[in-house]
Every structure is written in structure tokens, then in C-alpha cells.
Ligand binder design. Structure first.
Ligand code: TPP
Ligand code: MG
Length: 561
């Protein structure tokens, strides 16, 4: 109950800051360390999603941050709650996603005794978070929460951790709310844009790589208009395919794991590479082999919102310190040359992309995941949200699905298993009217599968497509390559996942042949319940283009050493 003497508890001040900064959703697992903050959420216009494990809650908050560009908010308890949440924090870090994790903390007068579940959050999260702090004085909550929103969203976005001592949350203070935060734009200078225009005019075979965060629907649209006017081929980096409409005539494909060899050749043959927003980390850079380090042979332009990223690995000829949102807007001012010598190359690049993704490959077994993904891409609405975690199953999703709209790909650049289901729960919570599909592996699913209960609790009819090959397939693939025939620690004995779905109060069906998929998907949709479609795939079908036996055979044929 709120007092009417002009004072508020620390918890009330805190929640009022969230309201002031435009927060609509929080994801949490409760703990006695912060029940005052939970109480302050009562009667406030913020939807609370209570989860089953803090890893899931933190991934939901991360997914919300990824989708909206505004900090996703997660509340967890001290000690084990916080360490569980680290799974989502690390994704926010690697994926450059704004997020704020609030952690209940022991009372101030018990610190440094290793009280029950005590942790030093500055130390524990110091290298994962952009900023980790603890609030000692409730009067400073408006200042520190405002800083948290700015820190999480500015430059290269990332996670902030704020520990909340439980006695601080109930102390009364008279303090004013902070004004609503506005994300800080970082604009390119006129001189930068003039130099870029010059480089483009001098190029014979340019290519654009789009990645990173701090995009928006208008920015993605502006990038596509620029690509069209300059007839520039645009590829997207690992798990950022949604930045360009896959059917845009300039789209050259996805530079991730196992990319189209023709795209790789095209990038290598380019004389000008313009990297917008991304960092070209280990996966898109093909383990740092694609470009020479520190000085790429190609003329290299790097546009990034974080000053510390420019020149960190690659030495750009032109470094532009700007957010993709602002940079994309500035692209409208550039003029294409009167003759575009690379125009035909761009047409070819898009044709190569279409050919690479059009027809699912043949694989062993009765269920062909490629055909299923291709069926969905041709039937799902363009704004359907496609979420996934990590594992070889995701290769089919990334290759055969065609992301048509900005924000429809919600997937961990950090490669964290267990992401798909919580991400789907968060997306359905944010967008109840949109179709939300999660692709999960059998290993991947059970890392956070308990959040299916959250989907049931909030009546969120997500559809989980669970690809069961009875193993941690990705690792088995590497195992066969490095230690052929020696299988250790990668086999899985699985439950009946359709029955699991039903036991939770959802819809479940088993798919044993490709032809069973569409009826099962339709039945899942008509059930209006959260659903799991349990696909039984052949373990031999390890990627769209090779089998376990082939990998093992090749490794055995090669002399070891
Ligand atoms: C949290 C986490 N733990 C471990 C890994 C290492 N890893 C990457 S893929 C993979 C196996 C994925 O198995 P599954 O979900 O069944 O998909 P599959 O590869 O079989 O298609 C593992 C263990 C990881 N990426 N993330
Ligand atoms: Mg598997």
C-alpha cells in the first residue's frame, strides 16, 4: 500500500522509474530478497511473466530487448537466481542487446560475511555486463536506473546488472522520478558520408554486410532503398538475416555457419566491403579467415555504434562511428554513379542466394527438415516470428527459411542452446496476434523446455518444432570429424515430447514422416494451445549436405596426425 506523505519505498521508486522509462513487460522468478519490488508491481501498468528458471526468464528479457531495441527487464533473486540468469546475460552481451537484470541482494548490514546466497555482483558479472552495480541509497534510484537505461542502449548495447539490497528496497525516501530516457543516436559526419560516396564511386565489386543491433524497421527499409539505388549486393551476418527481405533483388544471403560457397567467393573477390552494425565475429568471419587481420586486402569500411569496436580486430580504411539507425538514414543522401559497373554481379548474387535456398536437399530418413522449413516459409505470414536455439537443426532453418520482415528472426548470435522456447514465449507475450514458431533440438529444448509451462500459464499458443535426432548432434558431428567412431557423451535418451506437451496442458503431436507435418501443424494451430510437434529425424541427417557416416568415413580415410 502506498503512503500519501510524499515518501515512497525504494521498491516503489524503482518500479515507478520502470514505468517512467516506458517498460511494459518484466520477466522474473521470484525470491524473498525482492518481494518489496514485486509488491510495487501490483497495480502498475507492467505485465509480469513469472518463469520456471532464471535462465529462461533472462532469455525472455534478452529476446524482448532484441525485438524492441529497448532494455528487456528481468528480476531474479540473489545467489543461485543470479547465476542461473547468467545464461541470458551472456547472450545479451554477445548479441549486443540492451537488457537490465535486477538481482535481489542481502541486507546492507550483512554484507561481507558471506551471508545466505551472498554474491558480489560487480565481481561476478563484471566481465559479462556492460555495467554491474549495487544501489545502497534509495534516494539515488532515479539517477542509477536512468543511467542503466542509457548504458544498456548506448554505443554497443548490452546487459546491465543492478543488485538491490532488500533493506534498501523498504527504506522510505522523498525523491523525484527521472525523466524518460531516450536512446542516444550516434550520427555519421558529413565528411564520413562524402568519403563513403567516393569509395563507392571508385569500386568495381563492392559488397555490403549488415549485422549487429541498433537497427529498426525504418533503418532496414532505408538500407534496402540504398541497396536498390546503388544496385549493391547485401549479405547479412550470422542470425541477422531479418535485416533484409530475403526476396529483395539485392539480397546476397546469410553469412553464418556453412554459408553458400558462392557468397564466400563473392566476398573474397570484392574490392570494397562495407560492414554496417556488425563486428564480424568468429562465425561470420569464418573463424577469422575471411579477411586479413589487422588489415583486410579489400577496402574496408566499418560502421559501428561502439567506438571501441572500430579498429578492434580489423583496421578499416574508413571507420564510421554511427548507429545503424542513424547511418541508414544518412544513406539517403548518397548519390549512385551514373554507370553502375557491378549491377550484373548483384543480380547474380541474388540468383545464387535463391538457388542455394530454393530446394531442400535430400537427406536420409522419413522426415526431411528442409522440406518442412520450406513449406512453412511458403505458408506462414510474412510477420511470423521465427525463434531458435543452437544445434545443427538450426542450419536448415537459416538456410531454407526466408525472413521477409525486419525483426522476424529471434536467434542467439551467442549460440546458446535453450534460447528458442523462452524467446518464443517472450515474443508471443509481446505480440499475441502474431504467429510465433520456435525451432528446437532435442538437446536444445530440454535446457529450457520447462518454460513451455509458462506458455501454458499465459495462454500463449506458440508452436515448438522439436527436432529429435537422439543426440547432441553438433558435437557428435565434430566428434566424428576429430575422433571418428569414438562416441562419448553425445547420445541422448529422450522422452515422448508430444506427451510432455500434453502433460503440461498443451497440444502435442509426433511427426514420423514429412507428409505428417502439415496436418500436425494445422491441428496445432486449431488447438489454440501452446504446441510441440515432435519430429523424429534420422541421426544420419546431420546437415543438409552430409551424413555422419560420410564424415566418419572421410576422417578415417585421412591419415591422422
Ligand atoms: C548452453 C550451451 N551448452 C552447450 C553448447 C554446445 N553445443 C552446441 S550445439 C550442441 C548440441 C545441440 O544438440 P541438439 O539441440 O539436439 O541439436 P542437434 O545438433 O542434434 O541438431 C551443443 C551441446 C551450447 N552451444 N550452448
Ligand atoms: Mg539433437
Amino acid at each position: 500500500m502506498r503512503a500519501n506523505d510524499g515518501t515512497r519505498t525504494g521498491a516503489e521508486v524503482l518500479i515507478d522509474q520502470l514505468v517512467a522509462h516506458g517498460v511494459h513487460h518484466v520477466f522474473c522468478v521470484p525470491g524473498e530478497s525482492y518481494i518489496a519490488a514485486l509488491d510495487a508491481l501490483h497495480d502498475r501498468p507492467i505485465a509480469v511473466t513469472v518463469c520456471r528458471q532464471e535462465g529462461g526468464a533472462a532469455m525472455m528479457a534478452e529476446a524482448a530487448g532484441k525485438a524492441t531495441g529497448r532494455p528487456g527487464i528481468c528480476f531474479v533473486t540473489r545467489g543461485p537466481g543470479a547465476t542461473n540468469a547468467a545464461a541470458g546475460l551472456h547472450i545479451a552481451r554477445q548479441d549486443s542487446t540492451p537488457m537490465i537484470l535486477f538481482v535481489g541482494q542481502i541486507a546492507r548490514d550483512m554484507r561481507e560475511r558471506e551471508a545466505f546466497q551472498e554474491l558480489d555482483y560487480r565481481a561476478v558479472f563484471g566481465s559479462i555486463a556492460k555495467w554491474a552495480t549495487e544501489i545502497d541509497d534509495p534516494a539515488r534510484i532515479p539517477e542509477l536506473i536512468s543511467r542503466a537505461f542509457h548504458t544498456a542502449t548506448s554505443g554497443r548495447p548490452g546487459p546491465v546488472v543492478i543488485a538491490l539490497p532488500e533493506d534498501m528496497l523498504v527504506e522510505r525516501v522523498a525523491v523525484k522520478d527521472a525523466p524518460a530516457f531516450e536512446p542516444v543516436e550516434t550520427w555519421p559526419g558529413q565528411a564520413d558520408m562524402a568519403r563513403l560516396q567516393k569509395l563507392l564511386w571508385a569500386a568495381a565489386r563492392p559488397i555490403v554486410l549488415a549485422g549487429g543491433s541498433r537497427w529498426s524497421e525504418p533503418a532496414a527499409a532505408a538500407l534496402q532503398r540504398f541497396a536498390e539505388r546503388f544496385a549493391l549486393p547485401v549479405a547479412t551476418t550470422f542470425r541477422r538475416a531479418h535485416l533484409v527481405d530475403a526476396l529483395h533483388p539485392c539480397y546476397a544471403g546469410d553469412l553464418g555457419i556453412g554459408p553458400n560457397p558462392k557468397l564466400l567467393a563473392r566476398i573474397k573477390a570484392a574490392d570494397l566491403v562495407v560492414l554496417i552494425g556488425g563486428r564480424l565475429g568468429e562465425l561470420p568471419s569464418q573463424r577469422y579467415t575471411l579477411f586479413d587481420i589487422p588489415a583486410p586486402r579489400q577496402t574496408f569500411v566499418h560502421v559501428h555504434p561502439g567506438a571501441e569496436e572500430l579498429g578492434r580486430v580489423y583496421r578499416p580504411q574508413l571507420a564510421i562511428h554511427a548507429a545503424p539507425t542513424a547511418f541508414a538514414a544518412a544513406l539517403e543522401g548518397l548519390q549512385p554513379p551514373s554507370h553502375i559497373p557491378w549491377r550484373d554481379e548483384t543480380t547474380l548474387a541474388h540468383a545464387d542466394f535463391l538457388a542455394w535456398t530454393e530446394h531442400p536437399t535430400a537427406v536420409p530418413g522419413a522426415v526431411n527438415l528442409g522440406e518442412i522449413v520450406a513449406t512453412l516459409r511458403d505458408t506462414l505470414p510474412g510477420d511470423a516470428l521465427i525463434c531458435n536455439g543452437a544445434g545443427n537443426f538450426s542450419i536448415w532453418v537459416h538456410r531454407f527459411h526466408r525472413y521477409r520482415q525486419y525483426g522476424t528472426q529471434i536467434a542467439p548470435i551467442a549460440g546458446s542452446m535453450g534460447y528458442g522456447v523462452p524467446a518464443a514465449v517472450a515474443m508471443k507475450r509481446l505480440h499475441p496476434e502474431r504467429t510465433v514458431v520456435a525451432f528446437a533440438g532435442d538437446g536444445d529444448f530440454l535446457m529450457t523446455g520447462q518454460e513451455f509451462a509458462t506458455a501454458v500459464q499465459y495462454d500463449l499458443p506458440i508452436i515448438v518444432i522439436l527436432v529429435d535426432n537422439g543426440m547432441y548432434g553438433t558435437i557428435r558431428m565434430h566428434q566424428e570429424r576429430e575422433y571418428p567412431g569414438r562416441v562419448v557423451g553425445t547420445g541422448l535418451q529422450n522422452p515422448d515430447f508430444a506427451a510432455y506437451a500434453r502433460a503440461f496442458g498443451g497440444f502435442g503431436a509426433t511427426v514420423e514422416r514429412t507428409a505428417d507435418f502439415v496436418p500436425a501443424f494445422t491441428a496445432a494451430q486449431s488447438s489454440r494451445k501452446p504446441a510441440i510437434l515432435h519430429l523424429k529425424v534420422d541421426p544420419e541427417a546431420i546437415t543438409p549436405t552430409t551424413t555422419l557416416a560420410a564424415i566418419r568415413g572421410k576422417a578415417l580415410a585421412e591419415p591422422s596426425g
